[in-house]
Design a protein around this ligand. Structure first.
Ligand code: CTP
Ligand code: CA
Length: 228
């Protein structure tokens, strides 16, 4: 109902969103993941759709319903998430990286379930770094030319503004969004810090869907200013 009252500020745009955790296997029955619920990313996909955009949502393993009108691609691992993103980024004009991508994966995934029996000591796991999906997309020629607007997220435990500014530079993105406050995983409310090249503005505590709508408005305003 509310959607009808909103201006279609993203009409003509294609928004690609990543959401949720990734799951990195250890063996066929075990793996490593994190507590991301995917709620913020799903809210962003819904808000982008309400704002008139075509929306593709690349989701890690979460228990959430697909927002109406959104094309959803389910993945497990960071590598699969990167492949899915690259497969859909060509049409996108906005990329929002809301996923909590596992920074590392296990170097050698065991082919069979690892057993206690007979192995003696506990297994030693060796990790390798996962690809940085946001940095990869931000380095694409279309992003560099300003035809693909990239937005990153950051969950920091301290010094949010300083870390958010540094992360924005390091990832090479025009807009970096920080989660303000203690762990927001799984909660319905949040507060956000938006850092771009000019300013840092706060979106005060509100339901994630409210914040998602506000963030889409902020992105639309910057697109209109920048002429993407
Ligand atoms: N990100 C990504 N791919 C990764 C890691 C992170 O796309 N392999 C994206 C996240 O979706 C987020 C942003 O990069 O939008 C920042 O993620 P974050 O975990 O805060 O930053 P990292 O660069 O992984 O640094 P660290 O975890 O050490 O703070
Ligand atoms: Ca990380």
């Amino acid at each position: 109902v509310v959607a009808h009252l909103q201006a279609k500020v993203l009409a003509g745009h294609h928004v690609l969103v990543t959401a949720g955790p990734t799951f990195e296997p250890i063996d066929p029955v075990r793996g490593i993941t994190n507590h991301s619920s995917g709620k913020m990313g799903f809210a962003l996909a819904r808000a982008a759709r309400e704002a008139g955009a075509a929306v593709t949502l690349v989701a890690g393993p979460v228990h959430l319903r697909t927002p109406r009108g959104v094309r959803r691609v389910d993945v497990q691992t960071a590598q699969q998430m990167l492949q899915a993103v690259l497969a859909h980024v060509e049409q996108a004009t906005v990329f929002v990286a809301a996923a909590a991508v596992a920074d590392w994966r296990v170097a050698q995934v065991a082919e069979h379930k690892m057993k206690k029996e007979g192995s003696g000591a506990p297994p030693a796991l060796t990790f390798v770094e996962n690809p940085d999906i946001l940095a990869t997309v931000a380095a694409l020629p279309r992003a560099r030319r300003g035809e693909l607007y990239c937005v990153g997220f950051a969950a920091e435990s301290h010094d949010l503004l300083r870390h958010a500014r540094a992360k924005r530079e390091r990832k090479g993105v025009p807009l970096l969004v920080g989660n303000i406050g203690p762990a927001t995983f799984g909660r319905d409310d949040n507060a956000l810090l938006l850092v771009d090249e000019r300013e840092a503005i706060e979106l005060p505590p509100a339901p994630k869907l409210t914040l998602a709508r506000q963030l889409m408005g902020e992105i639309a305003r910057r697109l209109a200013d920048g002429g993407v």
